[in-house]
Ligand binder design. Structure first.
Ligand code: FAD
Length: 400
């Protein structure tokens, strides 16, 4: 491959460029990014940026001199508007022709129909910096959606002493990721922080940017209303490209876009074939994006591919790290393997195992970072319940 054009200058885009260079690619690389900022990292936006612990510089993954070191041509502040074969059209009317194109355009925050423009969401560095200022100057926050981002924003607001209300449509927060039991534990973190968590609550409409109406006709108002109900893949620029785009760019198991020679996609925007599920799925996880960038770069270069890794995601909520390894959605039963959070004991230190029959498919740790690395190995091998429980006993006893 000669010229590789990467569209999307976020985590996946910059990691692909790095991996191409470290894999020996000497040809030109062009990195196209819609935002003016150099590539930056998103997990700290809802954590260290909102808390005020970091300034904006700390989230930059590679500044312009560091991109120059990689010998990359970058077009920041330039949005791709079309894809024709392996030629990318830009919003200034120019185009960039590559031999290979890598799509890494991520996602945008999902909005509720009728959502006023002044309602907040959190996706970009600019969103985070503005939200931090708003939190500093407000007394109340209403979060619509109790997922990871909603939880992290609620935490930042509670840490400042704001009154926080969280509306979650499901029976518990973070349930989509953590399942019913994990969601119940996460819910305790909200309420123990003093947030008013209302599960099974849906809004019927926005009265204005500060007030929502609930299904029962009652209204809730706050200085800041933030919607965190998930994200949709950034595909609008691919209309007319001929790519198979449903929920994400349909790809095979190495990120090659289905039916499009010379085009790969990765990260939040891509729906890769997953042998375990027997279907395509999109994963909005930091580590998955990094792994996929390595696979795509090596596939472009014709190098041996790394072995697939176990999915991992984390979230920092209310002073505690939640870590999830594996695929809870494959489980048909759940067991508390360490701690007693599910029995009303402290959430901190609790670890839940998710099983398909007797085989471990995922673990979730709540403030248990010491234990996760060993348990992660058991998820990778699909360990038997008995093996999981004996390792858990050893971990509790401090034997390993
Ligand atoms: P992104 O990093 O989003 O980059 C996509 C880039 O493409 C963006 O810069 C965008 O501007 C650009 N772009 C879009 N359209 C175009 C276009 N038409 N032309 C050119 N450029 C375009 N994951 C975890 O595992 N743990 C966490 O704790 C965690 N916390 C998070 C907190 C926040 C606030 C957010 C927003 C995400 C978090 N994530 C977390 C998810 C993680 O950051 C993503 O999985 C990761 O950033 C995906 O990388 P990406 O390259 O696919 O997309």
């Amino acid at each position: 491959m000669e010229h590789v054009v990467i569209v999307g200058a976020g985590l996946g885009g910059v990691r692909t460029a790095e991996q191409l260079r470290s894999g020996g690619h000497r040809g030109p690389i062009t990195l196209i990014g819609a935002e003016e900022h150099p590539p930056y990292d998103r997990p700290p936006l809802s954590k260290q940026i909102l808390s005020g612990a970091w300034d904006a510089e700390r989230v930059i993954l590679r500044d312009k001199p560091a991109l120059d070191e990689l010998d990359i041509t970058y077009r920041l502040g330039s949005a791709a508007v079309s894809l024709n074969g392996t030629t990318v059209g830009l919003d200034d009317g120019t185009s960039v022709a590559g031999d290979a194109v890598v799509i890494a355009t991520g996602v945008t925050a999902r909005a509720i129909p009728g959502q006023p423009g002044a309602v907040w969401s959190l996706r970009t560095l600019d969103d985070a910096l503005a939200l931090r200022d708003a939190l500093d100057n407000s007394r109340s926050l209403l979060v619509v959606g109790g997922g990871f981002i909603g939880a992290e924003v609620a935490h930042a607001a509670r840490a400042r002493g704001l009154d926080v209300t969280v509306l979650e449509a499901m029976p518990g927060p973070c349930e989509r990721a953590l399942g019913r039991e994990g969601g119940a534990l996460a819910g305790r973190l909200f309420t123990e922080s003093g947030a008013d968590l209302r599960c099974g609550s849906r809004i019927s409409r926005f009265v204005d940017a500060h007030t929502v109406e609930l299904a029962d006709g009652s209204t809730l108002s706050a200085d800041i209303v933030l919607v965190g109900i998930g994200a949709t893949p950034e595909l609008s620029w691919l209309a007319g490209s001929g790519l198979d785009v449903g929920d994400g760019v349909a790809c095979d198991r190495t990120g090659r876009a289905v039916g499009a020679a010379g085009v790969w996609a990765l990260g939040d925007v891509a729906a890769w074939w997953d042998d375990v599920r027997g279907g395509r799925c999109r994963t909005e996880h930091w580590t998955t994006t990094v792994d996929q960038a390595a696979i795509v770069a090596r596939d472009i270069l014709g190098l041996e591919l790394p072995a697939p890794s176990v999915p991992y995601v984390w979230s920092d909520q209310f002073g505690l790290k939640i870590q999830l390894v594996g695929r809870p959605d494959l489980a048909d039963n759940v067991l508390q393997v360490i701690g007693d959070g599910l029995d009303g004991g402290p959430v901190r230190g609790t670890v839940i195992g998710y099983f398909a029959g007797d085989r471990l498919v995922a673990v979730a740790g709540f403030g248990a970072p010491r234990h996760l690395p060993r348990l992660r190995g058991l998820v990778a091998t699909g360990a038997h319940r008995g093996t999981v429980l004996s390792l858990a006993q050893e971990l509790i006893g401090g034997v390993v």
